[in-house]
Design a protein around this ligand. Structure first.
Ligand SMILES: Nc1ncnc2c1ncn2[C@@H]1O[C@H](COP(=O)(O)OP(=O)(O)OP(=O)(O)O)[C@@H](O)[C@H]1O
Length: 722
C-alpha cells in the first residue's frame, strides 16, 4: 500500500533506523577495540576477573554486530502504537527479528527495534479490540491501549508496502466463518510449501502467541487439527524460551518421529536462532541411554497379536514386571548371603554388614547396590592386608613377611572369585532373563494377545540378537533400574512432536530425563495412525505420567496449511465428534476425485497431473500410497515411465533426509510434511475401508496438501469419501 498517507513518513523512519543501526554497529566495534585494550591492561595488573568480564562483553558485542548487520536489509516487520494506562501519549514500538538497541540504554527510545520474543512484542501479536497486556519476568503486568498495528514489507532496506490489521483478532476469537482478511498472512500462506518448514514470526496469530509464551516449567500440550501450526508453534516456543530464559541450546531437545522430519524442520531452526537445540528421534535417544545399539527388527505386516504385544510393551504395567523381577533377584541374593571369613578367620564380614550395603537407600539402581557391596568388601579386605603389613613392618608379634605376602595373594584371589559370583546384570542379558522368568509374568493379561506369544516372540528376537522398536522404551527403563540415568545430563526443556505417537513408557523415560518436568507436546489425536504405539487420549498421558505436574492444554483448530476446499474434504473423512479444522483462506479450486481403470492408467494419469501441477507453479508435490511396498512399486514405475523426472524422491523407513521436489511416500512417513500439490495414488474401498484407522490415515494424506489435490482410485472409491 504505497499510497497510504503515512508511507513517506514510514520511508523516512526506515532510512533513519538503518542509519542509526549503522551507528550502533560503529559504537559496538569501537567498544570492542577498547575492550581489547582493557583486557591487556587487566592482565598486566593480574586482574583476571576484569579481563574475563571485558572478554565476555567483547564476545557479546561481536554477536550483536553480526545480528544487527544481518538485519540491515530488513530491520523490522511490524509496528504497534501503545499507551500504557495512566500515561499521556502513544509510543510507537517497532518489532523485528533482532533487537537493535543503542550501546547505552537510558530509556525505551534507545531501543530502536524490539525482538519478536521480547515481552512487549506480545502486544503486536495480541492486541484484541484495541486493548493489550504484556508481562515482564512473570511479575510486572502492563496494560493499555493500542491505537495502531502496522505490518511492513521491506526488501534490501526499502519499504515496499505496508498494511494495517485490526479486524483479524476479532474474527479469530469468534471462531466464525473465518477466511482471513490479513493481506500479509494471505501472501505468506500463498507462497507455497517450498522445500522445508518456514518461520512465521511476521504473522504469528494471537492464539499461537499465547502458547509460544507459556512459562517454562510446565507441561504444555498443543492438540491441533492437521495444518494448524503445531510444529511451527512448538519450534518458535523453543526459540522464545532460549531467548527469555537464557537457556543453553544443548539443554533443549526436540524429539521428532523420524529423521526425514528432522531434516524437514532443519531450515526453520537457524531462522529462529534455535539451530543448536538438540534434535533426535526416540530410537536415537534410546541408543544414548542404553549405551548400546541393538538391531531393530521390523515386521513387514505384523499380525494383530504381535501388534498387541508391541502395544503392551509401551504400558506402565511393564514397569511393575521389571521391578518385580529385579526385586526377586535381589531378594534371592540377599537370602543366600552368608558371613565371609578370611585370613585364618582373622577377618569376618558378617551377613548383616553385607546386607546393609545391599539394601540401604531407596531407589538405588540394582547394579549400584551390588557395586556398593563389592566396594565394602574390597575396603575391608584391603584394610586388613594393609594393617597386617604395617604390623609386620613395625615388628609386631605374629606378623611376618611370608604371611603378609600370602595374605595379599589370598585377598586378591578371594576378591576375584567372589566378585565374579555377584549377580551383576548387563542390559540385554538381564532383559533376556526377564523374559525367561515365567513366574513374574504369571498375572499379566495383555490385551489382544497372550503371555506365551509375548514371551516367545521376544525371546526369539533376543536369541537372534534383535529387539523390536517397542522394546526400546522398556530397555531404557530397565537400564534406569539397573544403572540409573546418571550418565545422561538432564534437559531443561523437551519438545515432542507428533506426541500422540509416543507411548506412555516413552513419556515416562522422557520425564526421567527432564530437570523440571518442562515439556511442550504437539500432536493430534485424529492423526494417531500407528497401530502398535501411541496414546489413546491426552487425559491418559496426564493421568499416567504428569499427574503431579503443572499442565496447560491448548486446542488449535484453524488450519493454516490447506485451502478451504481441501479442509472441507478432509473434515468429512473423520467421524463426527472429532474437532473439525477451520479454514483461513480459499483458492477457488476444488479437489478432484478420479477413477482410473488400472495401475498402468493410474501411472499415466499421475504423470499428467505432475505436469499440470508444475505448470501451476507447484514447487513440491507429494504422492501418497497406503503402504511402503506400493510406494516402492510406484517409484519404480514412474522412474521407468518418465526418466526425465529428475527430482523424484522416495521416502522409506530407512531414508534419512528430505529432498523436496516430487516425493513418493507411504502415508505413515509423510506425517508432518506439506506439499503444494498432492496426489493420492489409490483411494479405493479395498485400501481404505470405513474403519477408523483407515479414516485417520486418509485424513493425514489429504491434509498434506496446501492448494491442489487429486484423489485417484482403482476400483470402487473408499466409502470415506462418498
Ligand atoms: N501464523 C501463521 N502464519 C503463517 N503461516 C502459518 C501460521 N501458522 C501456521 N502456518 C503455516 O501452516 C502450515 C502448517 O504448519 P505446521 O506444519 O506447523 O502444522 P501442524 O499442525 O504441525 O500440521 P500437521 O499436524 O498436519 O503435520 C505451515 O506451512 C506453517 O508455516
Amino acid at each position: 500500500m504505497s499510497n497510504h498517507p503515512d508511507f513517506p513518513q514510514e520511508q523516512q523512519h526506515l532510512a533513519a533506523t538503518i542509519e542509526a543501526m549503522k551507528q550502533v554497529i560503529n559504537d559496538l566495534e569501537q567498544d570492542m577495540d577498547d575492550r581489547v585494550h582493557k583486557i591487556n591492561q587487566s592482565l598486566s595488573k593480574k586482574d583476571e576477573v576484569s579481563a574475563y568480564v571485558h572478554s565476555l562483553m567483547k564476545s557479546d558485542h561481536a554477536i550483536k554486530v553480526s545480528d544487527i548487520s544481518k538485519a540491515l536489509d530488513n530491520p523490522y516487520f511490524g509496528r504497534v502504537d501503545f499507551r500504557e494506562d495512566g500515561t499521556e501519549s502513544f509510543e510507537p514500538y517497532y518489532i523485528g527479528r533482532t533487537k537493535v538497541a543503542k550501546l547505552d540504554i537510558e530509556n525505551s527510545k534507545d531501543i530502536l527495534v524490539f525482538d519478536w520474543r521480547d515481552p512487549i512484542s506480545t502486544i503486536f501479536y495480541e492486541c484484541q479490540d484495541g486493548r493489550a497486556t504484556y508481562e515482564v519476568l512473570d511479575r510486572y503486568t502492563y496494560t493499555g491501549e493500542v491505537s495502531l498495528k502496522r505490518q511492513y514489507k521491506i526488501e534490501d532496506g526499502c519499504l515496499i508496502s505496508m498494511s494495517e490489521d485490526n479486524i483479524l483478532s476479532k474474527l479469530m476469537s469468534r471462531q466464525q466463518e473465518s477466511l482471513i482478511a490479513d493481506p500479509f498472512l494471505l501472501e505468506r500462506l500463498l507462497t507455497g510449501a517450498g522445500d522445508r518448514l518456514k518461520d512465521i514470526v511476521t504473522s504469528i496469530r494471537s492464539e499461537q502467541n499465547q502458547i509460544i509464551r507459556e512459562p517454562l516449567n510446565q507441561v504444555t500440550i498443543i492438540q491441533g487439527v492437521a495444518g494448524s501450526g503445531k510444529t511451527t508453534i512448538g519450534l518458535h516456543r523453543l526459540s522464545y524460551l532460549l531467548y527469555n530464559e537464557k537457556l543453553k541450546p544443548e539443554k533443549l531437545v526436540i524429539v521428532a518421529p523420524n529423521k526425514v522430519f528432522l531434516d524437514y524442520i532443519s531450515e526453520l531452526l537457524p531462522e529462529i536462532d534455535a539451530q543448536d537445540v538438540r534434535q533426535t528421534t526416540f530410537p536415537d535417544l534410546a541408543t544414548t541411554i542404553m549405551q548400546i545399539e541393538p538391531v531393530i527388527f521390523q515386521a513387514i505386516t505384523p499380525s494383530a497379536e504381535l501388534t498387541a504385544v508391541s502395544r503392551w510393551k509401551g504400558t506402565p504395567e511393564f514397569i511393575n514386571i521389571m521391578e518385580a523381577f529385579l526385586d526377586k533377584k535381589l531378594q534371592k541374593f540377599c537370602e543366600k548371603l552368608t558371613s565371609l571369613s578370611l585370613f585364618d578367620n582373622q577377618l569376618t564380614i558378617t551377613r548383616e554388614q553385607q546386607l546393609e550395603k545391599v539394601i540401604e537407600g531407596a531407589g538405588v539402581p540394582y547394579n549400584e547396590r551390588l557395586q556398593s557391596l563389592q566396594k565394602y568388601i574390597r575396603f575391608r579386605v584391603r584394610n586388613f592386608i594393609e594393617v597386617y603389613e604395617a604390623n609386620y613392618k613395625r615388628g609386631k608379634a605374629h606378623a611376618d613377611e611370608k604371611t603378609a605376602a600370602g595374605y595379599a595373594a589370598e585377598g586378591k584371589d578371594f576378591m576375584e572369585k567372589h566378585f565374579a559370583k555377584l549377580p551383576f546384570l548387563e542390559l540385554l542379558t538381564g532383559y533376556t532373563k526377564l523374559f525367561h522368568d515365567k513366574q513374574v509374568w504369571r498375572k499379566v493379561k495383555p490385551h489382544g494377545t497372550t503371555i506365551d506369544v509375548l514371551l516367545s516372540h521376544t525371546l526369539t528376537l533376543l536369541t537372534a540378537n534383535q529387539v523390536e522398536r517397542d522394546d526400546l522404551a522398556p530397555l531404557c527403563y530397565f537400564k534406569y533400574l539397573l544403572d540409573g540415568f546418571s550418565h545422561i545430563e538432564k534437559f531443561d526443556h523437551i519438545a515432542i512432536d507428533e506426541g500422540q505417537d509416543s507411548n506412555l513408557l516413552e513419556y515416562i523415560i522422557l520425564s526421567r530425563l527432564s530437570r523440571n518436568t518442562s515439556f511442550t507436546i504437539m500432536g493430534d489425536m485424529s492423526q494417531a495412525i500407528h497401530t502398535d504405539r501411541g496414546l489413546t487420549s491426552w487425559q491418559q498421558l496426564l493421568k499416567a505420567v504428569f499427574a503431579e505436574a503443572k499442565c496447560r492444554y491448548y486446542e488449535v483448530n484453524f488450519s493454516y496449511r490447506s485451502a478451504k476446499e481441501i479442509v472441507e474434504l478432509f473434515n468429512k473423512v473423520l467421524p463426527s465428534g472429532r474437532s473439525k479444522a477451520i479454514p483461513v483462506y480459499e483458492i477457488g479450486r476444488q479437489p478432484v476425485i478420479e477413477s482410473v481403470q488400472s495401475a498402468l492408467a493410474g501411472l499415466k494419469r499421475t504423470l499428467e497431473i505432475i505436469e499440470e501441477y508444475q505448470v501451476l507453479g507447484c514447487k513440491s508435490i507429494g504422492i501418497f500410497t497406503k503402504g511402503e511396498s506400493d510406494s516402492q512399486k510406484l517409484h519404480n514405475g514412474l522412474r521407468q515411465a518418465a526418466p526425465h523426472l529428475t527430482s523424484l524422491n522416495l521416502i522409506t523407513t530407512n531414508v534419512l533426509s528430505y529432498h523436496g521436489g516430487i516425493t513418493i511416500a507411504p502415508i505413515l512417513l509423510a506425517k508432518g510434511l506439506e506439499f503444494d500439490g498432492v496426489i493420492i495414488w489409490n483411494a479405493s474401498d479395498k485400501k481404505f475401508t470405513a474403519d477408523f484407522h483407515d479414516a485417520k490415515l486418509l485424513y493425514v494424506a489429504l491434509s498434506r496438501a496446501m492448494y491442489y489435490l487429486y484423489i485417484l482410485h482403482q476400483g470402487k472409491l473408499t466409502p470415506l469419501l462418498t
